[in-house]
Design a protein around this ligand. Structure first.
Ligand SMILES: Cc1cc2nc3c(=O)[nH]c(=O)nc-3n(C[C@H](O)[C@H](O)[C@H](O)COP(=O)(O)OP(=O)(O)OC[C@H]3O[C@@H](n4cnc5c(N)ncnc54)[C@H](O)[C@@H]3O)c2cc1C
Ligand SMILES: *[C@@H]1O[C@H](CO)[C@@H](O)[C@H](O)[C@H]1NC(C)=O
Ligand SMILES: *[C@@H]1O[C@H](CO)[C@@H](O)[C@H](O)[C@H]1NC(C)=O
Ligand SMILES: *[C@@H]1O[C@H](CO)[C@@H](O)[C@H](O)[C@H]1NC(C)=O
Ligand SMILES: *[C@@H]1O[C@H](CO)[C@@H](O)[C@H](O)[C@H]1NC(C)=O
Ligand SMILES: *[C@@H]1O[C@H](CO)[C@@H](O)[C@H](O)[C@H]1NC(C)=O
Ligand SMILES: *[C@@H]1O[C@H](CO)[C@@H](O)[C@H](O)[C@H]1NC(C)=O
Length: 501
């Protein structure tokens, strides 16, 4: 009798949103782990309970996992307590920020993990020095919106407003502002982070410098960032956006296709004109569309006088209309988002896709060869059994602020890429096609150290392949040693985590 009363009382204490009458806790699921979390007064959701299926649903519906518990922390203390409970119960932990992991690692990357869903941590505040304190669950659109509206500030980051800061900023983070301002990751000057033993520390270049280093590139294996401290830039009054489209005709002739890309590559590496202020990417919708679009931190007149003639010199004329337009900063953010607003809901985000993606990082010293481009053309000219697209973004070239740093700055290896390919297959049956596409390019250019981009995490890689492609041997060895010191029990785990074999 006494024990029944005690457990009812314990449950009563946990249901923190009792007013909503839909407790997030499923009473049937009481286990040592739940008991531990209840004692800590942490809001949780367990299988079968209210909100569980919505909270467990990843962005990529191709890879769905069932966490044993989803924790909704409102404070750093809640995160600490939850991590301690998981470690005591031998349960693996992954944070979830925006939930956009291509491999659904933020759902654990396997069944039975603890997911710490940071969506209650939504604060954004810019201080007098332009440092933004940003909660670990903030989505990119809300970040951009708030720092602009509060203080006319900006940081570089990707275009999709639903992506979270937690995964994006700790594993790179590229947008068309990154050649000018560096990666999203490069803006981090401090983190409030919970370590595997539950200790919460404030880590910077001088405080817990090893942790600060590792979090920027391998956060998924080292801790849970509850707050980011980001250096911001004064938002430019306006930028120039440019867009050229060629359509399917560019694909009709292999020679023309390859020569066009080789000219664009020469343009991108031409020190006479290229500096940090320009960035662009090429988008191929199968063989139906070939679009080049980007951003210039300068005027329309300067772009048209200096850049456009050299870009278009000797290549097929793009279709009309060509766009070279001035955009006010906030309008530019909306344009990039491909939506009517960059503001995302604070709970109940419900956008998804079903897909498989691989990436290729192309080293600046080696570039793409004519042979690799020919092989690319030949591959995409086979009848495609699935829908897919390829985006080839410019990371390097003269003046790129992405490539001014190295692995002593952060645990991030990709500092010498010229291009980064994203090969995105739509649907659960797109894996073979995308594997073949990657292979065609890579195999046609042997003796080249191609890598892969951490933020396009590829679940088809073995742990060893992932470690080599993302980090390379020297950096991985350093991360492995540090993992042994700060998380010897591999509390923070996903199938490709540091230390996983
Ligand atoms: C539609 C779409 C558009 C994209 N556009 C771009 C783009 O323009 N540029 C670009 O560079 N990338 C882009 N990406 C890739 C994106 O950057 C990554 O998927 C990114 O990791 C997602 O971050 P998240 O917080 O949403 O992911 P989550 O799935 O929440 O997290 C990803 C990983 O990071 C870990 N993690 C999350 N938060 C924390 C934290 N606070 N502390 C420690 N670890 C944490 C998770 O455990 C998981 O392992 C895009 C992805 C999608 C789906
Ligand atoms: C538990 O959390 C609720 C708010 O969610 C709070 O009102 C209550 O005081 C907390 N109890 C303890 C013991 O911390
Ligand atoms: C749970 O679901 C309800 C109803 O859909 C919603 O109002 C609430 O915001 C959800 N809570 C969380 C934490 O997602
Ligand atoms: C994981 O859980 C999902 C959903 O409950 C289930 O469909 C799947 O079979 C499970 N996978 C494994 C490997 O147990
Ligand atoms: C670089 O650009 C200049 C200016 O347009 C041009 O004259 C020169 O030929 C270009 N160099 C290469 C290698 O394409
Ligand atoms: C392979 O690359 C190395 C270093 O970049 C170079 O020295 C060597 O000549 C290359 N070999 C071939 C066959 O291209
Ligand atoms: C937790 O781990 C960190 C990093 O290894 C260490 O600095 C700290 O002292 C540990 N805290 C406790 C309470 O052991």
């Amino acid at each position: 009798m006494k024990s029944i009363v005690a457990s009812v009382l314990a449950l009563g204490a946990v249901v923190v949103n009792a007013a909503a009458i839909s407790p997030l806790v499923n009473a049937a699921a009481v286990s040592p782990l739940v008991t531990c979390l209840n004692k800590a007064n942490v809001t949780i959701s367990t299988p079968g309970g209210a909100n569980y299926s919505e909270l467990a649903e990843p962005f990529n519906l191709r890879l769905q996992y069932s966490p044993v518990v989803i924790v909704l922390p409102r404070t750093t203390k809640h995160v600490s307590d939850a991590v301690v409970c998981a470690a005591e119960c031998n349960v693996k932990v992954q944070a979830k920020s925006g939930g956009h992991s291509y491999a659904s690692f933020s759902s654990g990357g396997k069944n039975g993990s603890m997911v710490i869903d940071l969506q209650p941590l939504q604060d954004v505040e810019v201080d007098a020095n332009g440092i933004a304190k940003v909660g670990g669950g903030v989505r990119l659109g809300n970040l951009a919106d708030k720092i602009y509206k509060q203080a006319k500030r900006a940081v570089s980051h990707g275009t999709c407003p639903g992506v979270g800061v937690g995964g994006h900023f700790t594993h790179g983070g590229y947008g068309h502002t990154s050649r000018n301002w560096g990666l999203a990751l490069d803006h981090i000057v401090g983190v409030d982070v919970v370590l595997a033993n539950g200790t919460a520390v404030y880590a910077t270049q001088t405080l817990y410098p090893d942790v600060f280093w590792a979090i920027r590139g391998a956060a998924d294996s080292f801790g849970i960032v509850t707050n980011f401290y980001l250096e911001t830039h004064e938002a430019p009054e306006s930028v120039t956006y440019f867009s050229y489209k060629w359509g399917s005709s560019l694909f009709s002739d292999k020679q023309a296709f390859t020569d066009t890309f080789l000219h664009i590559q020469d343009f991108a590496t031409n020190a006479t004109i290229i500096d940090s202020r320009i960035s662009f990417g090429i988008y191929l919708d199968g063989v139906a569309a070939y679009n080049l679009g980007g951003t210039f931190f300068g005027t329309v007149d300067e772009f048209k006088a200096t850049y456009e003639p050299e870009l278009l010199r000797g290549i097929p004329t793009p279709t009309v209309p060509v766009i070279v337009d001035k955009y006010a900063w906030y309008d530019y953010l909306i344009l990039m988002s491909d939506k009517t607003s960059i503001i995302e809901p604070l709970t109940g985000y419900d956008e998804h896709d079903t897909f498989f993606t691989k990436s290729i990082t192309v080293p600046e010293t080696q570039k793409l060869s004519a042979t690799a481009l020919d092989a690319f053309w030949t591959y995409i000219h086979q009848p495609a059994p699935v829908d897919y697209f390829v985006i080839i973004n410019l990371y390097g070239g003269p003046g790129s602020q992405i490539n001014t740093k190295d692995t002593s700055f952060a645990a991030y290896n990709d500092r010498d890429s010229l291009w980064v390919f994203q090969n995105y297959g739509i649907g659960a049956d797109s894996i073979d096609w995308i594997q073949g596409l990657n292979q065609a390019v890579v195999q046609a250019q042997p003796n080249t150290t191609f890598g892969a981009y951490l933020n396009y995490v590829d679940p088809s890689l073995t742990p060893a392949e992932a470690h080599t492609l993302y980090y390379g041997e020297a950096l991985y060895a350093k991360l492995l040693a540090l993992k042994g010191e700060v998380d010897p029990g591999s509390v923070f785990w996903n199938p490709q985590a540091i230390g996983t074999v």
